[in-house]
Design a protein around this ligand. Sequence first.
Ligand code: ADP
Ligand code: F6P
Length: 325
Amino acid sequence: MAKKIETIGVLTSGGDAPGMNAAIRAVVRAGISSGLKVVGIRRGYAGLLEEDIIEMDTMSVTDIVQRGGTILYTSRCKEMTTPEGQKRAADICRKHGIDGIVVIGGDGSFRGAQKLSENGINTIGIPGTIDLDIACTEYTIGFDTACNTAMEAIDKVRDTSASHERCSIIEVMGRTAGHIALWCGISNGSEYVLIPERAKEDDEKEIIKKILSKRRIGKKHHIIVNAEGVGDSHAMAKRIEEATGIETRATVIGHIQRGGNPTCRDRVYGSAMGAHAVDLLLEGQTNRVVAYRDGEICHFDIDEALAMSKDIDVHLYSMTKRLSR
Ligand code: ADP
Ligand code: F6P
């Protein structure tokens, strides 16, 4: 019979995302209310390998549900990608009596979780990334907040762009994925959205043609949303200005998108995913990733989840094209 789970750990890894604190709080509170001891592992896998482990009680997660970032800190850790590091991490868990771990992060972090599981530590992943680039789930913690932050920033850029009758290229995050760009493209009424999943050679030519034809029908300013994975926005702005004769500026929104108070959705789903991860550990499950699909919180085998691929939402993408004519 599988050993009864008594102590669980929680860590955050990779880029932080607003709503991670809600998930940490849920893991701690759900764990404690189920009679478990809960420890926090600080600074992701780096902290695990340095045994930076603290006991969590109900008060250690008070006043955090509304805060961006992660109270446990996060990091990227090379050693965890080696078989020696992975074995050492599992041995450290055993040394500290940790029977199960909840890993909040992205695909990279889940690969670490998979290795911990292979090395005998029950492990559950929770999708935490602003990029929404985890294939098995329609929702990742932080995406909603990041989109809202970027949307508000683009609204502000639009004010000054309109006053100066300029064209603005606004670069949003997303690593190699264009989900944030697509959502902002729609919510900010942009004229063109550039995303890595659909980038093509003549994008710039099309943008130039569009700007010029919109000017002819009286449009005084232009908003182009560019996903960071597509290319350098400043160089693009220069080329567009040269080709159109219209003053063009690039704005890279940057890390502002990763911070700030999480939206209601990121707090609620982050909490639900944290509590669900604890339930999975209590059932003796391992190597699972919590997901949200078709309106429900569910879970997948991590190996299967990592083998899945994800496209952008094709309906939303074709809609941007229709609405920006
Ligand atoms: P994310 O989790 O957001 O995708 P990263 O790709 O930076 O972010 O991964 C976070 C951490 O997960 C890495 O710094 C590393 O410690 C761990 N990790 C990434 N890839 C692997 C791997 N193949 N095997 C084990 N651990 C990994
Ligand atoms: O994965 C989240 C993310 O913010 C990406 O959108 C971005 O490409 C990357 O992390 C930036 O990483 P860093 O904070 O290390 O610059």
